[in-house]
Design a protein around this ligand. Structure first.
Ligand code: BJ8
Length: 430
């Protein structure tokens, strides 16, 4: 891919040499972690193609849009209201933040004791190796965790960054009203950026566009509740990750095509793992591309990961935006309602998340939970205490893993996961 797109990357002011190193490493990791899986659905071909062109053709598409006068908005959090971005005829993309590669550069500025996701995204902008960052006209941040909101101040020195304030008690009336005002302010900001007025008609269409994407991802997720699951957890995660980068309409069609194939697999009783493979939920901090570490280790150890309770997973697609009318106020209130239901660990109290985990455990018939926390993420780390209590009350084992993006602890994680699988096996034998 490198040769073909070098000129484009130069126009985006990318660090070509460093970017080549990144691409080489990514290509090798993808082959090892993803392509080496057995019995993958045929329709995964499309998603493999997207990854092979994720810094090439997709970036060209974004830059063709920009040449046509449209804007690209980058984001890190599913709290960034994408419906408003699309309603203004702009495009939203997820920014790089899932790789160890950029962390040494970030640590020349930021403290080391910070969540790897935050260090990773800051490093990617600093070393100019993320073409999504380089193609963004605006970055949308949010006041979820302390680390992110402080780093957005520094990020704003490198790229225009607009920070949305997220209420931390979203279930209260004050929280909902506060969030409504933030949505109105964000709407005005996007209108200013694009020069387009967001009309109720445009917003309704954008809501339907994103709802359709969420429906397709939920359809895919629900298929994984079958026994055996027709697709690996690693491929399920990969598709959720790609959803933040690909063209929305095309992505929705391709996910539905894949679901058609998976439904046939279910009818044929065809799965990707042994029928009695322990069924695992992974719950916790989000996993951005190319964070495949825990899924790879779990599935190579004989488990099948059937669901991700994560923002790169169920939290993104569980609820839809469902307006009562197509008046602007009702549309914004419907967005307010949907986003207020995302159970991010930065909220307090956050019982909705515990309820969701228990419901998913039942729906996906899970045998155990891997509770995944990125290092120095206090919100997810502390919330793990309540999650563990709730799971224990239902007799479900939970393994807590706190890790970063480096591979140094892989052997240790493997040993812990094997111990979890033995506990599950022991319970079955009893
Ligand atoms: S809605 S989970 S995507 S904030 S960056 S909180 S891992 S210390 S990402 Fe998130 Fe939005 Fe919430 Fe979801 Fe922890 Fe790291 Fe902070 Fe993080």
């Amino acid at each position: 891919m490198a040769e073909k797109y070098v000129e484009m990357w130069k126009t985006l002011d990318m660090n070509i040499e460093k970017h080549n190193q990144l691409l080489n490493g990514l290509g090798q990791y993808y082959t090892r972690a993803i392509l080496s899986q057995k019995n993958r659905p045929k329709k995964m071909d499309y998603f493999d193609f997207v990854v092979s062109e994720v810094h090439g053709l997709r970036i060209k598409e974004l830059n063709d849009l920009r040449s046509a006068g449209k804007k690209v908005v980058g984001a890190f959090c599913i709290y960034a209201p994408e419906e408003l971005v699309y309603a203004a005829d702009a495009t939203m993309v997820g920014l790089c933040g899932g790789a160890d590669f950029s962390i040494p550069d970030a640590e020349t500025v930021l403290p080391r004791s910070l969540c790897p996701l935050i260090k990773s995204f800051y490093g990617f902008k600093l070393n100019r190796t993320c073409p999504y960052f380089q193609s963004s006209d605006l970055v949308v941040g949010e006041t979820t965790c302390d680390g992110k909101k402080k780093v957005y101040e520094l990020l704003n020195e490198l790229v225009p960054t607009y920070v949305i304030e997220v209420p931390h008690k979203p279930d209260t009336q004050q929280g909902k009203e506060f969030w409504f005002k933030e949505l109105e302010a964000f709407k005005a900001e996007i209108e200013k950026l694009t020069g387009n007025v967001i009309t109720p008609e445009r917003l309704s269409q954008a809501i339907e566009l994103i709802n359709n994407k969420r429906r397709a991802l939920k359809r895919l997720s629900d298929l994984r509740a079958n026994s055996p699951s027709p697709i690996s957890g690693l491929d399920g995660l990969l598709i959720d990750q790609i959803g933040f980068m690909d063209d929305i309409s095309r992505f929705t069609v391709k996910v539905n095509d894949l679901c058609d194939e998976l439904e046939q697999r279910v009818r044929d009783g065809e799965g990707v793992a042994e029928e009695d493979a322990p069924r695992i939920m992974i719950s916790g901090s989000p996993m951005a591309v190319p964070n495949w570490k825990v899924h790879s280790i779990a599935e190579a150890s004989g488990a099948t990961v059937v669901v991700e309770e994560s923002c790169v997973g169920t939290r993104y697609f569980t609820d839809l935006v469902e307006p009562e009318s197509i008046g602007m106020k009702d549309l914004l209130w419907a967005i307010d309602e949907k986003y207020s239901k995302i159970p991010c660990a930065c909220f307090t109290p956050n019982d909705r998340r515990i309820e969701s985990i228990m419901q998913l455990a039942k729906q996906f018939k899970v045998d155990g939970v891997i509770y995944y926390t990125l290092q120095n993420c206090h919100d997810y780390n502390v919330e793990g205490v309540k999650v563990e209590r709730a799971l224990k009350a239902q007799g479900l084992p939970m393994l807590k893993i706190e890790t970063d993006y480096a591979m140094g602890d892989s052997a240790q994680i493997k040993t812990k996961i094997e111990a979890l699988l033995e506990i599950i096996q022991g319970k079955r034998e009893h």
